[in-house]
Design a protein around this ligand. Sequence first.
Ligand code: ACM
Length: 526
Amino acid sequence: MSKRLSRTVLGVAVLSLVTLGLPATASAGQHAKAERTVTDVVPAPVDAKPDPRASFRLSPATVIRTDREGKQVAEYLAGLLRPATGYRLPVVSGHRGGGPAISLETGHASGRVGSEGYQLKVSPSGVTLKANTDEGLFLGVQTLRQLFPSEIESKTVKKRSWVVSGGSVLDYPRFGYRSAMLDVARHFFTPDQVKLYIDQIAQYKINNLHLHLTDDQGWRIEIKSWPKLATVGGQTAVGGAPGGYYTQEQYKDLVRYAASRHITIVPEIDMPGHTNAAQHSYAELNCDGKAVPPRTDIEVGYSSLCIGKDITYKFVDDVIRELSAITPGKYINIGGDEAHSTSPEDYQTFATKVHPIVAKYGKTITGWHDIAKTNPPVSAVPQFWGTTGTDANVAAAAARGNKILMSPANKAYLDMKYHAQTPLGLSWAGLIEVKTGYDWDPATHLQGVTEKNVIGVEAPLWSETLITSDHIEFMAFPRLPGYAEIGWSPKDSRTWDAYRLRLAKQSPRWVQQGIDFYRSTQVDWK
Ligand code: ACM
């Protein structure tokens, strides 16, 4: 036999072992080199100890074992692992059988990990994931999936071995509120497009999705008592693009889908500015009683609800009532930004009337940080979107006890261009390369706002220039995982030099997932 032929024969033999799910390298006594270890996970875990000799090999005989509370997450995990492996991976309850297993257990985790944390141990005999809640299990599963080869993200069967990198992790978040925002008003994104984004952000342990549902260019949520908001106000979008809106049934389905990924939808009705679509739909919302023309340009600051009319508050009450009824989450976002056509006195009058409406329907206010100047209830969460390190109104709100959601526009706005030539996005808040987006801290960024004042971090994605899911992906990736890490990981565990190496190792997963990401030259992509 020639050398060449023997190599071919050996190759076939190895391939057939892999097909059977048997350890292809077992005879050589070697351990497959893992693409990623527990210390490569994004967001960085609190405590991670790799053990290269403790890898677990998934096989066609592996089962996913769980208790009653873990069943949904176990099915979700099976759904993640089945397409690429082609294995059955049945979800079984309790401790039946002694075969190889991935075990998901609720209620037995260390108190240290709290309600969102988890403990993960990967050893040759199996994988054990423990958490105090199903949410903790879900977040632990996001870590576990990163310990597989990237091809685990393939939607079709790949004939290969599936080695899970060995070691242990104990993990919990720095902030309980880790958010992304999608502007579905400037351009409309279908429910399926929103679900795709939900799946993309869930893998980085983001737990809130803020939907910017209304703006000058479009109204995107059905309000049954004001039907023309959707049927008229929903028809337009920036640049003459087709509009669209979510029926309440579609919205409820989105809320349920997000919940299955342990993500809470936070809906925004922007007011008293950014209201042209509503004022176009209903003449009575204008002080002169005349409907305004639709707007599809990207100017801001020209629209305002009519502060002196009673009908304005009937409108707000109806909208908040209907939206609250289909939103199980605690927060309703009342916008409040860039109300340049509302006088300061009117802005305060409007706030004083609207805050109790939100409370009446059992919801808590969040809104852009402009609301901080209206003395909102201490439960309200102003979202900082400024471009400097000082804001007296936000600092005063923090001093009164309001928690602040941090999304500084020059650091966290996903719609800002990466560099001057980026084909999509805007640049009014600056250019945000990957390092700029990562290298800041929410507890030291803003004067008068420290760790105890911060509820968490949000990465907003405005859609003036974005039309497709590819566009969303190109702006969100690779920056979004950085904001997720800022929100999740201990401050002292984060450095850019280490992060850029871990981030690079994420990209083969995005390739498998079909995520169209920006290949920043600041990162040595694989
Ligand atoms: C904003 O960017 N207008 C909140």
